[in-house]
Design a protein around this ligand. Structure first.
Ligand code: DXP
Ligand SMILES: NCC(=O)COP(=O)(O)O
Length: 237
């Protein structure tokens, strides 16, 4: 079975818009787990535009499922991860000014750099995953770094699937077959949604975990809208 880790960056985006504590990120994480979520993912970025470094500490004692922290392993991020010791760290090569993650690692070019960080995280008992584009060369390279898992970067799949191009799954399926052969665990994420998740999961052998945030929170808003509008009308009667 594939585990669902809910990325709560977008909850922090809404909270930060008013400077207060609504919605309460910690309570949301508690409730997501209560509702069956099998993991919590956060992706603190250097400008703290959504998740703040302090959030990562506040979440630590309440995440009783799997705690996945994603980010570019610059010094401040790595210090944070080594102090918190989440279940998993996912290394993502984001530029500081990136709107969102937009590429996987070049695991061949950065093999030594990644290997060093991965071995330090593993020494500290943290499972490692590296964000990769779906090419066989990058999967081969990932295996050389010593990482426990890869996270397949699924934006292109999601885009093509929404256009009706189901063949876009093929490079992901081929990479999964290779990753399984090389002993790498397989995670996936970026723009996965209620529309595309079942097809993706059914076609990726050995898919261990998906992390989903942007679509899931948007869908939750939409699916909850009718209930909340009705509740306001009830109070205004
Ligand atoms: C690695 C990945 O695909 C997600 O973590 C994504 O980067 C979410 O980050 P934002 O919420 O900042 O877009
Ligand atoms: N690792 C991907 C993730 O955590 C969520 O990405 P998205 O669903 O917000 O695109």
């Amino acid at each position: 079975m594939t585990k669902l880790s809910v990325n709560i960056n977008k909850v922090a985006t809404i909270r930060n818009a008013r400077g207060g504590n609504t919605p309460n990120l910690v309570q949301v994480a508690i409730d997501i787990q209560k509702f069956g979520g099998q993991g919590i993912t956060i992706h603190p970025r250097p400008d703290e535009r959504h998740i703040r470094y302090q959030d990562a500490y506040d979440l630590k004692p309440i995440v009783t499922t799997e705690y996945n922290i994603e980010g570019n392993p610059q010094d401040a991020f790595l210090d944070l991860v080594l102090q918190i010791k989440p279940t998993q760290v996912t290394l993502v090569p984001d530029a500081v000014d990136a709107i969102t993650s937009n590429a996987g690692w070049d695991t061949v070019k950065h093999k030594d750099y990644l290997a060093e960080i991965i071995s330090e995280c593993k020494r500290n008992g943290i499972r490692t995953s590296i964000f990769v584009d779906p090419t066989l060369e990058m999967i081969e390279g990932a295996a050389q770094t010593g990482t426990d898992r890869i996270e397949l970067y699924t934006e292109e799949f999601a885009k093509q699937y929404s256009l009706g191009n189901k063949k876009a799954i093929e490079p992901y399926a081929d990479c999964a077959v290779l990753a399984n052969k090389l002993g790498l665990g397989i995670n996936a994420g970026h723009d996965l949604s209620l529309e595309n998740i079942q097809f993706f999961a059914e076609n990726i052998p050995g898919l261990l975990e998906v992390s989903i945030g942007h679509a899931l929170i948007s869908e939750a808003l939409y699916l909850g809208l009718e209930t909340v509008v009705q509740q306001y009308l009830e109070k205004l009667k």
